[in-house]
Design a protein around this ligand. Structure first.
Ligand SMILES: Nc1ncnc2c1ncn2[C@@H]1O[C@H](COP(=O)(O)OP(=O)(O)OP(=O)(O)O)[C@@H](O)[C@H]1O
Length: 311
């Protein structure tokens, strides 16, 4: 658990993070969103002491981080940034092994962990372990950056715009990988982005920042339904609200009895994807497929109800 208590960072005359209080649950993903310069990165960097707060305190699992040396904290907390920050003259394997090496892991354990992580990120170890970063695509480099941040099995992973530079297809893939890995390791993730779509997709909770202030800290559905201020509403995008609500739920949770014609939709798809397919194919209902079997249908009428403002 990360408890941020009345934290403030002042540069010159300006409080770029201004009396922020929030508690991030263990094993959850907290996404910090806001416009450029709202203080997102500064807030996140105070968690691993890359920035020292002017006032307030942060506790990790009950321990005030001011009592923990910065180097020790940074070994315990993974950190991944946009543009990955890989060491250019070290191989992929050496990059991933950076923190285990600092921690004095033996060679066998380190090598096994490097291979495990590369495989998890769908980079065949035999093929990628000994390559240099510039022999990888941007998306592959990004995955190595996240693998490196996770190498020493940190409980906490901080990610600053990790997918900002990726194209939409690779980005969607990277987001799915992150969700799978978070479920596997139970890592607590704090991720900064300016993309509300990404925040809603990844966040168990979303923190909305503006001019150093935390405007709202809540679950995505709550933020969409009840934005705390007009600024939060604007950030969500008024015309996007129904679609964002649909993107939060899966077809699997809204299967109705009955038979529909045509190409099926997978049970694991989002309701938003199902809605798009309903509109695009001009059908009132789609068959739902799970593990190769048709298990019912999802209907346009039902989705229209689910997209309406929650009462
Ligand atoms: N070391 C510093 N010295 C002075 N001002 C700083 C420093 N670091 C950040 N700032 C200022 O603090 C404010 C918040 O910066 P921060 O990087 O936290 O914002 P952000 O929300 O992450 O923005 P972006 O989305 O553009 O990365 C900005 O106005 C920035 O200019």
């Amino acid at each position: 658990m990360i408890e941020i208590d009345d934290i403030t960072k002042v540069y010159g005359e300006t409080a770029v993070v201004d009396q922020v209080t929030m508690t991030i649950d263990p094993r959850s993903i907290c996404v910090i969103v806001g416009t450029s310069g709202s203080g997102k990165t500064t807030l996140m960097r105070m968690i691993n002491k890359l920035v020292t707060q002017t006032s307030g305190s942060i506790r990790i699992d009950g321990e005030d981080i001011s009592n923990v040396p910065a180097y020790e904290l940074r070994r315990r907390i993974g950190y991944a940034i946009q543009g990955h920050g890989l060491f250019p003259h070290r191989t992929v394997g050496q990059n991933v092994a950076t923190v285990p090496k600092l921690l004095g892991w033996d060679k066998k354990k380190t090598a096994a962990r490097v291979d495990e992580l590369l495989s998890l990120f769908q980079l065949d170890p035999a093929q990628f372990r000994d390559r240099l970063p510039n022999e990888l695509s941007g998306g592959q480099q990004q995955r190595v950056g996240v693998a490196r941040a996770l190498a020493a099995e940190p409980n906490i992973l901080l990610m600053d715009e990790p997918y900002g530079a990726l194209d939409p297809v690779i980005r969607a893939k990277a987001q799915e990988d992150l969700l799978a890995i978070q479920r596997k390791f139970g890592t607590t993730i704090v991720l900064v982005t300016h993309d509300m779509e990404e925040a809603i997709h990844l966040g168990d909770k979303i923190a909305v920042m503006d001019k150093g202030k935390l405007l709202q800290f809540a679950k995505p559905a709550e933020i969409i339904a009840n934005p705390a201020t007009p600024f939060v509403a604007e950030l969500i995008g008024t015309s996007e609200r129904p679609f964002r609500l649909l993107s939060l739920a899966k077809v699997a949770d809204h299967i109705e009895a009955g038979e529909a014609a045509g190409e099926p939709v997978e049970a694991g798809a989002s309701l938003r994807d199902a809605y798009a397919e309903l509109l695009w194919s001009g059908r009132p209902a789609l068959p739902v497929r799970r593990d190769g079997q048709i298990v019912g249908q999802v209907t346009l009428a039902q989705l229209a109800k689910l997209a309406a403002r929650p009462q």
